[in-house]
Design a protein around this ligand. Structure first.
Ligand SMILES: *[C@@H]1O[C@H](CO)[C@@H](O)[C@H](O)[C@H]1NC(C)=O
Ligand SMILES: *[C@@H]1O[C@H](CO)[C@@H](O)[C@H](O)[C@H]1NC(C)=O
Ligand SMILES: *[C@@H]1O[C@H](CO)[C@@H](O)[C@H](O)[C@H]1NC(C)=O
Ligand SMILES: *[C@@H]1O[C@H](CO)[C@@H](O)[C@H](O)[C@H]1NC(C)=O
Ligand SMILES: *[C@@H]1O[C@H](CO)[C@@H](O)[C@H](O)[C@H]1NC(C)=O
Ligand SMILES: *[C@@H]1O[C@H](CO)[C@@H](O)[C@H](O)[C@H]1NC(C)=O
Ligand SMILES: *[C@@H]1O[C@H](CO)[C@@H](O)[C@H](O)[C@H]1NC(C)=O
Ligand SMILES: *[C@@H]1O[C@H](CO)[C@@H](O)[C@H](O)[C@H]1NC(C)=O
Ligand SMILES: *[C@@H]1O[C@H](CO)[C@@H](O)[C@H](O)[C@H]1NC(C)=O
Ligand SMILES: *[C@@H]1O[C@H](CO)[C@@H](O)[C@H](O)[C@H]1NC(C)=O
Length: 502
């Protein structure tokens, strides 16, 4: 007890000092994109999501897709179980947990009806609530949490969809009763997780580009109206706010070679959302999304020329990627993230990126009983990037460093896929990556994409290469000129005149 009192006294005395280390550090887990596939099989066809297929000779009989999963398949249930167990082992008493959606696999045969969707989500709800009893868990809806995927209607009149998440997926235990009516209106809600800190869970599927039921509706589910009202209340009550959602605003970071990447949200919805985010940027101290399965962040200019906000995107639990020649999606090691924040002002301080080395885990001879041995620390943000915290200013510094320093960019790109580096990032890839991180609106993005200054400065060996190429071109031109002169002087003047007069 006296320890607690001492700590409280110390906080009061030293609340101006950032480095104090008792009760002022809060922690929360971010888990996202589990994509559990109940039909994952260690002996299934790796070209068909590791599903058993009686009619195919290609089933992997004899070889093993892996106990913990496969880079070409979605997560086996066992992987999700050990992941949540590892979270408990590593930090059992977080202030809360954010869970940013996509619990169903990327397979067509799964989507039989809404009840299957709700049952799959409830399985993970129950795993989280039994592992972390009495810890607030804040969920949101992903594009793979709906039937069919990517689609939700503009209003709730035609169905009881949102009631299904509460009743059948178990979210009644997660969403405070006072917020049920908001959730039933459009799948969104907010929760005060501690005095002075409100988490707003937005339903980004209503704004998501493939959702063709909402593209023409200015405010699907009246979510913008609600969001503004909550933020207005929060700023009047001097609360700080974290926004969580599945799909981040802005642009994807991966493009077809030489091409531009595509926006994630309908134009009008992205515009309305970013307008609200800008207006309330002084109280929004964090934004957290999933969906891209990759470890990156975004800094928000909102066409203002200066950065006034940021988001951090957590990589997925599923290691899956599509095996196409363009490498638009990339394989990742399964991961979860522990974020540090300040209890004093809710500022984001740091995160620890934990991961399971899938290749290593699958090759272990005996099943590890201790999940601590499976999940390891990949890196800690502030240590790695040498910045004091996760504030927008710090993220801008990191971004500037990534633009200038190819060694730093290479390491960033390795962390992007949680240590599973499968491709190199050439200039086109770097432009797509850096523009998607620094541009949220269409005009910013278009400007960025057309400006070559966003290419990471080449390494010395590339400089040497460019120099050699330039030298070769010069020599070729000189030789060609010399030979042209020789031929020209030896050919008859008459012939030349004749040709030129035709
Ligand atoms: C995962 O955990 C749940 C809940 O404890 C359990 O019912 C299920 O059998 C586990 N599945 C696997 C594959 O370990
Ligand atoms: C497993 O595959 C069968 C056959 O394709 C399908 O009917 C079922 O819905 C799948 N179940 C799950 C949980 O993916
Ligand atoms: C939910 O979990 C149960 C028990 O582990 C399992 O039998 C069932 O297939 C799971 N349902 C879905 C839809 O994933
Ligand atoms: C939950 O709702 C009750 C009213 O029903 C309210 O008093 C309480 O503050 C809410 N709790 C949280 C964590 O939002
Ligand atoms: C739809 O939303 C309205 C509030 O906008 C709410 O009163 C109603 O209960 C909801 N309907 C269903 C079926 O959840
Ligand atoms: C919306 O897209 C789905 C496929 O995602 C398609 O089946 C449906 O016909 C489309 N609806 C409209 C109104 O375009
Ligand atoms: C804003 O606060 C008022 C007064 O406490 C409350 O009645 C209202 O429901 C709140 N609005 C939202 C959107 O939470
Ligand atoms: C895609 O990645 C594979 C390695 O996983 C590589 O061999 C191939 O060249 C890449 N394709 C492109 C177009 O980058
Ligand atoms: C570039 O980044 C690397 C890795 O973070 C670092 O060691 C190196 O000092 C940086 N170089 C410069 C010139 O800042
Ligand atoms: C994962 O494990 C493999 C095999 O043990 C190893 O080659 C690889 O370097 C490891 N990756 C990371 C990011 O530690």
């Amino acid at each position: 007890m006296w320890k607690l009192k001492l700590c409280v006294i110390l906080i009061v005395l030293f609340s101006v000092s950032k480095r104090i280390n008792c009760e002022d550090h809060g922690y929360f887990w971010h888990i996202t994109d589990t994509h559990v596939d109940q039909n994952y099989s260690r002996t299934g066809n790796v070209k068909d999501m590791c599903h058993e297929d009686a009619n195919l000779a290609e089933n992997n009989h004899g070889s093993d897709n892996g106990l913990y999963g496969n880079f070409l398949c979605d997560a086996p249930q066992y992987l999700v179980n050990v992941t949540i167990a590892a979270m408990k082992e590593i930090h059992s008493n977080p202030d809360f947990i954010i869970w940013t959606g996509d619990n169903l696999p990327h397979t067509d045969d799964f989507y039989s009806d809404w009840d299957v969707i709700f049952e799959a989500i409830r399985n993970t709800t129950e795993l989280l609530t039994t592992t972390f009893p009495n810890i607030p868990i804040i969920p949101c809806i992903g594009n793979h949490d709906t039937f069919p995927p990517n689609i939700l209607p503009n209003d709730n009149t035609s169905s009881n969809i949102y009631k299904g998440y509460l009743d059948k997926a178990g979210w009644k235990d997660l969403v405070n009763e006072s917020e049920w009516s908001n959730f039933l209106t459009g799948g969104y809600f907010s929760q005060l997780v501690k005095p002075g800190l409100r988490i707003i869970s937005v339903n980004t599927i209503l704004w998501y580009i493939p959702n063709n039921l909402t593209s023409d509706v200015p405010d699907p589910g009246n979510q913008f109206q609600w969001l503004e009202a909550v933020l207005k209340n929060s700023s009047q009550s001097l609360e700080k706010v974290y926004i969580i959602g599945h799909v981040p605003p802005g642009y994807y970071n991966r493009a077809y070679k030489g091409g531009e990447t595509s926006p994630t949200m309908h134009h009008q919805h992205a515009e309305s959302f970013t307008k609200i985010l800008l207006k309330y940027s002084p109280i929004i101290t964090g934004q957290f999304y999933g969906h891209v399965h990759l470890d990156m962040f975004q800094i928000f200019q909102y066409d203002t020329g200066t950065f006034k906000g940021s988001s951090i995107l957590a990589p997925s639990v599923t290691p899956w990627h599509t095996n196409n020649n363009n490498n638009i999606t990339l394989p990742v090691n399964p991961s979860v993230r522990l974020i540090h924040f300040s209890h004093i002002d809710s500022k984001l301080l740091d995160y620890d990126q934990y991961y399971l080395n899938l290749t290593k885990a699958n090759s272990m001879k005996k099943v590890s009983e201790d999940p601590k041995n499976l999940y390891e620390l990949l890196y800690t943000f502030t240590n790695f990037y040498g910045v004091p915290d996760l504030s927008t200013e710090s993220l801008v510094k990191v971004y500037e460093e990534l633009k200038q320093n190819e060694t730093a960019f290479d390491l960033f790109f390795t962390f992007l896929t949680v240590g599973k580096k499968s491709v190199d990032c050439d200039n086109d890839c770097q432009v797509a990556q850096l523009c998607s991180m620094s541009c949220i609106t269409d005009s910013e993005y278009n400007m960025c994409f057309r400006s070559s200054s966003y290419v990471v400065k080449p390494k010395l060996n590339s400089v040497v290469l460019y120099f050699c190429v330039a030298l070769m071109i010069t020599v070729t031109i000189m030789v060609a000129f010399y030979m042209y002169k020789k031929i020209f002087s030896s050919s008859s003047r008459n012939e030349y005149t004749r040709f030129s007069s035709i």
